[in-house]
Design a protein. Structure first.
Length: 134
């Protein structure tokens, strides 16, 4: 009996170099932001948390406050500040609802959506309550 050979599996094309560079920059910025939060008394609960409705870069808590953080890295802090879109805000808020449903935290009294802006050669800029959920 002849043996049927399977075709080789299709491989995904390699990511474009600029996509790899952007991904690396994002990871570096998130690490800088997490280190900044830790230095300011926050406990990191999750990084790059994904849900079907969106991704949250960092989830952290300090005392009775829970924060959902969007990290933006650009050439300047002003450019980073302008990079958070309305659609992203909606997706982060929707993902936060899912996270809260899966992770009840009775000690939490306050919750906010913060942004941390990162630019080369600058300290991260933390913007508490950068936006509100819709």
């Amino acid at each position: 009996m002849a043996r049927r050979e399977r075709p080789p599996p299709k491989l995904k094309p390699a990511p474009r170099p600029e996509r790899l560079a952007a991904f690396g920059l994002g990871l570096s910025a998130e690490s800088r932001a997490a280190a900044w939060l830790i230095a300011h008394g926050y406990r990191i609960l999750a990084r790059r948390w994904k849900s079907p409705r969106g991704e949250i870069d960092i989830i952290a808590a300090r005392r009775t406050t829970l924060i959902f953080v969007e990290v933006k890295a650009r050439a300047t802090l002003d450019d980073a500040a302008e990079a958070v879109t309305e659609r992203q805000k909606q997706r982060i808020a929707a993902a936060a609802e899912i996270w809260l449903a899966d992770n009840p935290m009775p000690a939490i009294r306050d919750m906010r959506f913060d942004a941390i802006l990162v630019a080369p050669g600058k300290l991260p800029r933390h913007i508490p309550a950068a936006f509100e959920s819709a």
